[in-house]
Design a protein around this ligand. Structure first.
Ligand SMILES: C[S@@+](CC[C@H](N)C(=O)[O-])C[C@H]1O[C@@H](n2cnc3c(N)ncnc32)[C@H](O)[C@@H]1O
Length: 338
């Protein structure tokens, strides 16, 4: 998924930086360690460590992200019926299109004036989402299959969305990829023997209740709220009775303190203070609300601090700014907590 702040392209930098730091000063083997990805987003970082550590704890305050983590992190054993279930959902005869929440509110045919999806794809999303719920409620599928199917729907719907990249606005005419019919592709996950934990909470609320060895922090860097930019993914995942507002059809969402200049420093300080983890790694780029010096000052109050960095290609949504500057510098702040 093309996601604001995704660390997919920085996987190598993160993995090698974290591993080399630990090799020098950490006595415990990685395979016996608990790794927490507390701002999980697409689960890209938790997935990197899932097969290497004893347990991954994954958390994000957005529900669509929770669904992705329930599949990519929590699911760890093969689902024998995965292919068969996807085939039923993809088949028009077995899962015929219906006009429901997505069609009514986010396709032109529904009369809302919004065009986040083609009429056909919106009806197919409605049909698939409704069928997944029916299967869950009748006991035909279990929780593992439920999250696998929901994650597959979220990823596949995102590919045919009629947006420039995020869901803050839709395009006036259907773009090429949005005309293609929705096809559910499997949201494949890594299998291993270990049990993992997934939460859907505010990071500062959950931090006091969890304990581990390595805490990875990747909070928002600026005022762009994920609940607003990805509201449609929450709507597909929750499929609740929501009220879409205004031209863009935004649903109500909870703002994040990490997106507020006045609150972010105290939010970071309290997270670090309350963390029951020896190692803390924070990703932040050079255009974030917090400066390098502010972060360093906070970290140095709680242990031994160091810093690594790498150049990084900017997220696509910032296309206007790409013309001015191609890349940003991505920092990895490191703390060994006393
Ligand atoms: C930079 S993104 C993380 C990207 C992720 N590492 C990836 O590679 O996909 C920041 C994430 O923090 C989440 N978030 C924002 N405020 C939060 C909060 N107070 N508690 C937990 N998660 C929060 C957002 O929903 C978003 O998914």
């Amino acid at each position: 998924m093309n996601y604001i702040g995704s660390k997919f392209k920085l996987s190598h930098f993160l993995q090698t930086s974290i591993e080399s730091t630990l090799q020098k000063a950490y006595a415990k083997p990685l395979k016996d360690s608990i790794f927490c990805d507390i701002f999980a987003g697409t689960s890209a970082v938790g997935r990197l460590f899932k097969t290497q550590v004893k347990q991954v704890i994954s958390n994000d305050k957005e529900y669509y992200s929770f669904v992705l983590s329930k599949n990519y992190i929590d699911n760890h054993q093969t689902l024998p019926r995965a292919q068969e279930l996807l085939e039923i959902l993809n088949c028009t005869q077995q899962t015929p299109p219906i006009q429901s929440k997505i069609y009514t509110n986010y396709a032109l045919g529904g009369g809302s004036g919004r065009q986040y999806f083609s009429n056909e794809n919106a009806m197919k999303i409605d049909a698939v989402r409704t069928r997944i719920q029916e299967w869950k409620e009748s006991g035909f599928i279990d929780e593992k299959e439920y999250y696998f199917l929901l994650a597959s729907l979220l990823e596949s719907a995102d590919k045919i969305a009629n947006t420039a990249s995020v869901y803050g606005a839709f395009l006036k005419t259907l773009k090429k990829s949005a005309i293609k019919p929705l096809v559910l592709t499997p949201a494949n996950f890594e299998c291993n023997k270990n049990e993992h934990l997934v939460f859907n909470e505010d990071a500062n609320a959950i931090i006091a209740r969890i304990k581990g060895d390595i805490l990875y922090l990747d909070p928002p860097y600026n005022s762009r709220e994920y609940g607003a930019n990805y509201h449609l993914l929450n709507t597909i995942a929750l499929y609740d009775d929501f009220i879409p507002k205004g031209k863009t059809g935004l649903r109500e969402y909870q703002k994040s303190n990490w997106c507020k200049k006045a609150k972010v420093a105290s939010e970071l300080e309290s997270l670090i203070k309350n963390a029951n983890f020896e190692w803390i790694f924070l990703s932040y780029n050079d255009e974030g609300i917090l400066s390098l010096e502010q972060i360093r000052a906070i970290f140095e109050n709680y242990g031994r601090y160091s810093l690594k960095s790498q150049k990084h290609q900017r997220f696509k949504a910032d296309s206007k700014r790409i013309q001015k500057q191609d890349s940003t510098r991505e920092y990895l702040h490191i703390l060994q907590k006393y």
